[in-house]
Write a protein that binds this ligand. Structure first.
Ligand SMILES: [Zn+2]
Length: 141
């Protein structure tokens, strides 16, 4: 059995309401992440439904090496939502298309959304993850 290291979380953001946290096997349908936008109901890959009133962090267990860094990334979105940082949400569906042939361009576009850039910076600061550090380098250079 694998344990996950969330030491960075133990001393942070204790005022935040706890979100639902789900770590489930989801294949490649949902990739490795999700953060909700309340209010609403989120249907899990397993078919279970959750009220997302307090937030919901979903992590795909099929990417076990990414659980900690994904947790940090999605936690940051939770923090953004509840801390008054909503104004940095610059969601733009045109920036969501990710081309693996133009990975660097895609990463630069995606992380030009301020809430995504903030979450990427946070996750790279809190959790060592070579893959996301590479993405951060691409985004900043
Ligand atoms: Zn994100």
């Amino acid at each position: 059995m694998r344990s996950i290291d969330l030491h960075w979380l133990s001393k942070r953001d204790k005022w935040l309401i706890l979100p639902e946290l789900r770590i489930e096997h989801a294949g490649d349908v949902h990739r490795n992440y999700c953060y909700y936008y309340p209010p609403g109901v989120w249907t899990m890959p397993s078919g279970l439904e959750f009220d997302t009133q307090n937030g919901l962090i979903f992590i795909n267990a099929d990417y076990p090496a990414k659980i900690e860094s994904t947790m940090a990334h999605e936690w940051r979105h939770h923090y953004q939502h509840h801390s008054g940082m909503k104004s940095i949400h610059t969601y733009n569906p045109e920036l969501l298309d990710w081309s693996y042939e133009n990975y660097k361009d895609s990463a630069k576009k995606y992380f030009s959304m301020l809430h995504e850039r903030d979450a990427l910076l946070f996750q790279c600061k809190m959790v060592e993850d070579e893959g996301y550090s590479t993405v951060l380098d691409m985004v900043l250079n």
